[in-house]
Design a protein around this ligand. Sequence first.
Ligand code: PMV
Length: 326
Amino acid sequence: MTYAAVRAHTNIALIKYWGKRDEEFFLPMNSSLSLTLEKLYTDTFVQFDEELTEDLFILNGKKQSEKETGKITRFLDLFRAQAGVSYRARVASINHVPTAAGLASSASAFAALAGAANIASGLNVDLRTLSTYARQGSGSATRSIYGGFVEWNKGTSSEDSFAIPIDEADWDIGMVIIAVNRSEKKVSSREGMKQTVETSPYYPAWVATAEDDLSVIKDAIKERNFEKMGEMAEHSAMKMHASMLAAKPPILYFEPASITAIQAVQKLREQGISCYVTMDAGPNVKVLCRLSQAGLIKEKLKDFFKEEQLLITGPGKGIRELTEDE
Ligand code: PMV
């Protein structure tokens, strides 16, 4: 097989990954845990072709620049080296991330690319090993190999820093995504992490507490204790942002509308609706909730946000190969 197409869904971390201990191999300072999402995914086709003289990368129907294609080339080289393939590749990706979501899609993008390159190159490693490849495209992509709740074990080396599926999330779990701002983030997660690790006096506290936070959330998931899980997820996100705010210069991803969203969620809780916020390296707010209450929460959030800024999603599945007619 010299070609394949694979779908991967994006994920949102409930225990965040923030900070690398190895920049080259994307080894994280702490283990993390996420929820894969149904509504946001990337489909990627990879074909190795002896006729090609360079890699080609087409995203949403548009040929990409040398710089963007270069990232793909470096990533495909991992597969070429292991599989003994020297051919260049044609890569075509479609991001099914509703524009309103305003979310970066590197997690689903590199997980889908890894999945398709794995089959097309004939390497065919197992999913666990594949997650170590995805990791080297984007840390969060490690977790998008699997569906439901997924742990990324920080490991001790490139070989054992992989993802582990924890729970299929086939219970009453969902998210309402609030798109606060759709523009490109000002500080990339790579730069933001580096600056925090190097300059924030709060960063050691982040690392020192991350493993305990992970074990609390894993217990909560096992017990299906939604409140315990949500409280810990919100705490992890706020603690990550606190460590960034203490960096020099400070890293501030919040916008006024992010605060509006956080306060709206606090108010919903006062009204007895169980929901919690999480935020990543950008101003958008994700509300972790019971999927059965997501419609009600969306209605309440319409007091502050437009319909097109709000997206409901349930848990998503792991990567899968697409058939010819998909
Ligand atoms: O792997 P990256 O570069 O997309 O970084 C992800 C960083 C966070 O989204 C903030 C946290 C996480 O664990 O996904």
